[in-house]
Design a protein around this ligand. Sequence first.
Ligand SMILES: Cc1cc2nc3c(=O)[nH]c(=O)nc-3n(C[C@H](O)[C@H](O)[C@H](O)COP(=O)(O)O)c2cc1C
Length: 170
Amino acid sequence: MEFFDVVKNRGSYRGEFLPEAVRDEDLERILDAGIRAPSGYNLQTTSFIAVKDARLRAEIAGILSTPATRTAPVILVVLSAFDDSHEGLSFEMVDYGAATENIMLAITALGYAGVWMDGMVRLDGAREKLTALLSIPEGKTIRTIIPLGRPAKEVKQREKKPFAQRVQIL
Ligand SMILES: Cc1cc2nc3c(=O)[nH]c(=O)nc-3n(C[C@H](O)[C@H](O)[C@H](O)COP(=O)(O)O)c2cc1C
């Protein structure tokens, strides 16, 4: 898919997925897109877990129960690490955002769909439960999970405010 079509076709997909696996080579390309994102001072504070295991996926869906988490053949977990070793500046949140958007675009480019679940990870103790389930080491924080697969329904990007309302060209 052409780059600007990928940008336009990306949409948060919260519906059910088809019972079709994500090809290993596609999963690798999606994760590689995340790894290649820019990061402040190139500290590369973002890391990733791809959960394919059915038992673990079911446990994650038990913590965050949505049609997408219940049916996704893969659930990606994006983690960040605090690092302010360069002049006391931490870029972990921005790094994680850049990496996650690269992943969302790669998912779209390969004909899959998913949703960036950051808010839901922060509610009702979900992050703590996921951290325990996945034995996340001290110093790393789960920022989002992304259920991913072939969408059973149409993927639509939500409407954006008008260009002129958000952009100034001086
Ligand atoms: C930082 C961030 C957190 C988000 N958290 C959630 C979430 O917890 N659950 C969810 O369903 N969608 C979540 N989303 C997806 C947004 O709701 C979605 O991007 C927005 O509504 C615009 O729709 P679009 O992605 O189709 O353009 C999140 C997106 C971002 C960037």
